[in-house]
Design a protein around this ligand. Sequence first.
Ligand code: PMP
Length: 294
Amino acid sequence: MADSRVWINGELIPADQASISVFDHGLLYGDGIFEGIRAYNGRVLKLTSHLKRLYESAGYISLKMPYSIDELDQAVRETLAANDKTDGYIRLCVTRGTGTMGLNPYLCEKATVFIIVCDIKLYPAEMYEHGMAIITAATIRNHPEALSPRCKSMNYLNNIMAKIEAINAGVAEAIMCNHQGHVAECTGDNLFLVKHESDKPVLITPGLNAGILEGITRNLVIELAEEAGIEVRQMDVTRYDVYTADELFLTGTAAEVIPVTKVDARPIGTGKVGPISQQLITRFREVVDNAPED
Ligand code: PMP
């Protein structure tokens, strides 16, 4: 924190002096969008994909972006350099901006954009090695026609409600089902399961219509699995599928690829990290450590 700098509306400001207005609708109404991005070895992973998703989120909520994609690309790199970091987590936020007490977003002057660079360690190393335990939350994911989970909005209360259930149950993550009762995703991660069908592994993950965020890590893992000759199916997933899966893992920018060995106190498969999960975790590491930028 001491020497770190935050980019706000085009300026790099010492972190302890970085602030936004209490009249900002991002704060008053959760009216805004964001991206969580990672830098590995001085390279920003999938920055183009993150910026594309950010602009799609902006389009969905009718938020006029005050900077071009190229300008934000530059700003992210500038903030990383200003913080003297080659590895780190980048939080790029866009709020509706300062406005009146009413909801009307069109009365807000101009969107506020800020970029924070920090370190992140989401889960303990032990969980990556031996797998994590998760639960199924009673809280369902936002109905896609209420607030589409495909929009990475600043309003995370839906996910936070499920996260509270997880923490109260003594675990770090929770599966969220959608309004149809199908498995959607976790509070901050996408979900994959592996089924060994007559000795051929199949990777299964809920499709976009399940009401999920289209994770950048999810898409990368799908790509890596297909490259490795593993069949990938995007389809409806039920809790039956989860409980009877041979392997399970989660993906996310902050979490990376993390195996799950227990759901609702039931062991998944052998109760140990499975071979396909291990293979994809290893391949993911190779890619992020050596990947060219996209
Ligand atoms: N689902 C939700 C609800 C998320 O918040 C995130 C990001 N933390 C993900 C999935 C994973 O997306 P990504 O791989 O792009 O980080």
